[in-house]
Design a protein around this ligand. Structure first.
Ligand code: GDP
Length: 521
């Protein structure tokens, strides 16, 4: 129904024609093969001999034939062919999509037929990321959009998806390019001053020019700061929130992890110090990607249990190494869950809350932490309240602002349990954790565009702001010494180069290298 003879597009870009399977390999209802480049129409004619080609942005139902066979060997029937004519296409070149039946043999037959079509320029299978690279080179996408595309394609959890779609990469790309142009213009003015100040009259003195540029630079620095902090939040959503489970051996770290995972993720054992290596589990918790590290139990030889006469602790070499790794892990994590537990005093003399002072220290110095007291099933509610009061006064100011949750990893808080629906309080703990996640990653509505700032962009922005700081420093008059305008202009050039690496445009020598890094992903 959509057949119309249209002249072949002349947009060639001098490129090879590339093709690839764009849907995931394997058995499926349909598979989409995408072709981009000047050979699209020739490939069409070879696969669908004698049929009008569908016009721009229209689809046609076609039988696809083997191009090398003289007996009209059918590759697939009822394939859907969609044509897009350059330049308004995803890559900026002629594009054709073949929606074929998704059986592996059909896909294989169609893929192997494409390079056998008679074309006037080479046809080859696309390199990874090559369609996107062409889109970038033909100005259909900027680098921020390319990175956003990569985030969208790799989003596995709901929050990753949201971050990917909310981060407005178009706005970001435009902002970066705007800054770069602003810096280049400023630098141009300064260079004019350097080159011609001796023989021409300028309205502005070097000092005046510097002060007006400094004002612009200050505003830019403030915006860059916003971008940097937003990037950290976006990163937490994308790469996941790293959580360390810390606490003395036997506090129930593995049990808690198993409760959270809902399956056996690390070994639950009664023998102290068995979790010597770090077990990491990636989880989707209500849309947030989290990586839990279940670390070696932390305990210290010198102060086994403050204020209580318990057996001295002897720590072996392997356990010591485990503890060192646990601490290292804790320092790299975004959130610490510090676990303590209700344990019996020797000789049946009652109960106490067993904790590790080092864990509490780590938690109190971490940016985010949650204190959890486990094994609360062992006590009645009143008794538990008394112990918690003692615990809070011992831990004291250190954990003042840290939420405290009491839980049981065993079936129920048998004695102190209140909520039948959430007997071990694990669900409540998760709700508390999700609150913390929200605080860590949230951005006000007006800053949501910035969720798209990637770690790569953040690093370059931070390098850019260092050059801008250097510029401001140079611009300040010190001890009557005038600023060196040549040096100041050089700082602006370096700052603009950082932005060129952010956007992938501009003439900085290493831009090509940057593109390699981004498109490889
Ligand atoms: P980890 O060394 O901190 O990983 O501790 P585990 O998870 O291996 O638990 C140590 C012991 O405490 C095991 O025997 C668990 O069954 C027990 N345990 C864990 N959680 C609870 C709990 O909530 N209540 C009770 N009564 N025992 C628990």
């Amino acid at each position: 129904s959509t057949q119309s003879p249209r002249p072949s597009s002349t947009h060639t870009n001098g490129n090879d024609t590339i093709y690839a399977l764009s849907t995931a390999p394997g058995r499926a209802g349909i598979a989409i093969v995408r072709i981009s480049g000047p050979g699209c129409l020739e490939i069409y004619s070879a696969l669908c001999p004698g049929k009008w080609n569908p016009k721009h942005r229209y689809a046609g139902v076609r039988t696809l034939y083997d191009p090398s066979s003289t007996t009209l060997n059918i590759l697939d029937t009822d394939a859907l062919v969609i044509r897009f004519e350059a330049p308004k296409t995803v890559t900026g070149e002629d594009v054709m999509e073949l929606h074929v039946h998704g059986g592996p043999a059909t896909v294989k037959a169609v893929l192997s037929a494409i390079p056998r079509c008679k074309t006037s320029s080479p046809v080859r299978y696309a390199e990874p990321g090559e369609f996107t690279r062409r889109a970038f080179e033909n100005n259909r996408l900027d680098l921020a959009q390319v990175e956003a595309l990569s985030d969208t394609l790799s989003a596995e959890t709901e929050q990753q998806r949201r971050a990917a779609v909310r981060g407005n990469s178009k706005v970001l790309g435009r902002t970066y390019e705007g800054w770069r142009q602003q810096l280049l213009a400023a630098r141009g003015e300064m260079e004019a001053l350097i080159d011609f100040s001796e023989d021409q009259h300028f309205d502005e003195s070097p000092a005046e020019l510097l002060s007006s540029i400094s004002a612009q630079v200050n505003t830019m620095l403030q915006s860059i700061e916003h971008h940097e902090s937003a990037s950290h939040r976006g990163e937490l959503l994308k790469r996941g929130i790293r959580i360390s489970l810390l606490g003395p051996p036997n506090a129930g770290k593995s049990s808690l992890l198993n409760q959270i995972v809902g399956r056996e993720a690390s070994i639950v054992s009664q023998e102290a110090g068995t979790t010597r290596d770090i077990v990491e589990v990636s989880l989707d918790i209500r849309g947030y990607l989290c990586t839990f590290a279940d670390t070696a139990g932390l305990r210290t030889e010198s102060t086994p249990h403050p204020g209580r006469k318990l057996e001295p602790v002897v720590i072996g070499v392997i356990e010591r190494e485990g503890i060192r790794r646990a601490k290292e892990k804790a320092s790299e994590s975004d959130l610490i869950i510090a676990l303590a537990s209700v344990e019996p005093l020797p000789h049946g003399k009652g109960w106490y809350i067993h904790y590790d002072a080092e864990t509490i220290n780590l938690a109190s110095s971490a940016s985010r932490a949650v204190l959890v007291v486990n094994k609360c099933d062992r006590l009645s509610k009143d008794k538990l309240m008394d112990l918690l009061a003692d615990f809070k006064s011992e831990v004291g100011a250190k954990a003042d602002n840290t939420p405290l949750v009491t839980i049981s990893c065993h079936d129920a808080l048998e004695k102190s349990g209140v909520n039948e629906k959430d007997p071990g309080n694990i669900h409540y703990l998760m709700t508390q954790l999700v609150e913390v996640f929200k605080n860590m990653t949230g951005l006000p509505m007006e800053m949501q565009d910035l969720l798209g700032v990637t770690e790569r962009q953040r690093q370059l922005l931070s390098a850019c702001s260092e050059h801008l700081d250097d510029f401001l420093e140079e611009g300040k008059e010190r001890d009557g010494r005038e600023c060196d305008i040549v040096v100041a202009a050089e700082h602006l050039r370096s700052a603009a180069n950082c932005l060129a690496r952010v956007t992938g445009r501009g003439d900085a020598g290493d831009v090509e290298e940057v593109l390699g890094v981004v498109f490889e992903k």
